[in-house]
Design a protein around this ligand. Sequence first.
Ligand SMILES: Nc1ncnc2c1ncn2[C@@H]1O[C@H](COP(=O)(O)OP(=O)(O)OP(=O)(O)O)[C@@H](O)[C@H]1O
Length: 272
Amino acid sequence: MKRPDLNRAVLLEARGVSRLYGPGKGCEAVSLRLHRGEVLGIVGESGSGKSTLLRLLAGMERPDAGQVIYRASVAQGLDAAGHEGELDLYAIGEARRRALLRMEWGLVHQNPRDGLRLGVSAGANIGERLMALGERHYGQLRAAGQDWMGRVELDPERIDDAPRTFSGGMQQRLQIARTLVTRPNLVFMDEPTGGLDVSVQARLLDMLRTLVRELGLSVILVTHDLAVARLLAHRLMVMRRGQVVETGLTDQILDDPQHAYTQLLVSSVLTP
Ligand SMILES: Nc1ncnc2c1ncn2[C@@H]1O[C@H](COP(=O)(O)OP(=O)(O)OP(=O)(O)O)[C@@H](O)[C@H]1O
C-alpha cells in the first residue's frame, strides 16, 4: 500500500485504553490514532489482545481505563480544529454509541453469519442498513442491493436468495456489501478473510483492497495474517500480551522489524 499522508486529520483516537481479564490477557494502556482515509492493521499472535482492542475501539466493550475519541467533524470532512464534533465514546450514552455503529460505522466480522441476518434475502440484508438511514423507496433499495451485489462479485440475479444458500466466501462478500452500502465513515474488520479457503481468501482480499481504495475507507483491521496486513494496511501496530510492542508503516514493520517479537512474528515462527 502507498505511504499514507500522516498529516491527515485524526478520526479516531485511543488514549491509554485498558481492559484486562488477567495478567497479560486483554489489552493494556493502548494509545493509537487513526487518520481519515487510513487503514491501520492490528497484528499479533492468537490471544495477544487484538479482538479485545477492537471491541473497545468500536464501542462494544467499556474499557477499565482510558478514552476512545471519535471525531465526527473529521468524518464529515470538516475542519479538525477545536473540539466540536468530538465524541468521547464511553461518556456518551449507550443508545448513541449503538446508533454510531448502526448509522456511521461498519463492522465486518470474521464469521459472516455474525454480521448477516440469515432469515432474510441477500437484497434485504443490503437494503436494511440503508433503511436505517431513512431510505424507504423500494425501487432504490433494490437497485442498491443489485449494484452492491455486483460490486462484491455476487450474481445480482440472486438478490432474493437467502444467505444460507451461499457459500462461506459468498456470505463474506454479502456481509461486506451490507457493511459498505451506507458508505461508513469508519470500518472495523476482524479477520475478514479468516476461516476461508486460501483460494477464496485471495480473491476476497483483492476485492477488499479495491473497495478500500475506491471508497477511501478509514479502517481498523485486526488480523493475525501478515499477508492480509501487507496488502490492506498502511500502518501496523504489533500487539503482544495485551500491549503494543511496535508501530510503524507496514513496509517498515514487515521488512525491517525492530522488536524481537515482531522479528519472530515476521519470520513466521509464531504464526499458526
Ligand atoms: N470476555 C473475556 N473474558 C475472559 N477472558 C477473555 C475475554 N475476552 C478475551 N479474553 C482473553 O484475553 C486474551 C486476549 O484475547 P483476544 O481475543 O483479544 O486476542 P486475539 O489477539 O484477538 O486472539 P484471537 O486471534 O485468537 O482472537 C486471551 O487470553 C483471551 O482468552
